[in-house]
Design a protein. Sequence first.
Length: 197
Amino acid sequence: MSAGGRGRRIVSVLTGVLMVGALLLAALMVLPTLLGYERYVIISGSMEPAIPVGSVVYDEVVPVADLEIGDVITFVPPPEYDISSPVTHRIIQITVADDGSSHPGQRVIRTQGDANPDPDPWRMVLDGDQQPRVAHHLPYVGYFYMALQVRWVQLLLIALPAFALVVYIVVTLWRVSGDAVREERATEQAEREEVAP
């Protein structure tokens, strides 16, 4: 095998590996959503060791009535706590609000992070009839999602491989068309030689 053929073979294999990797990454990002899961990246250590920092949790949306003590849920705390980002913590207590409260007869949830020494300061009634509950998690995959928020990483992981793929396709088409032109010329030359006396 010539050096040029070996080089083409290496480029072909690398391109195939990159394409398979890109498809697996796309499946990892899209498939859970298609299956009805919500995705959250864990950015604090409050749920360690059960859910490490950098994990991706996949939540299934379940009826609030199905929640039990020990379930891990993802929620936005009550507005008076000035926390606008979702929190993923374990349910440690479920009670029913008194008749004299602002939500009589509704379930009141108390949560706590596994690594936190104290329960969360809020007791909350969940909005709506549905609530995201953690079904699965993938440790450390969240670091990839966090890295994708950085502009140069986006460029490196998305634009650069796309550019490389376009270059590969153009070069391949150029070679194929050049091979076709050479073959056509050789055929014409052979026909001329047969016709000549």
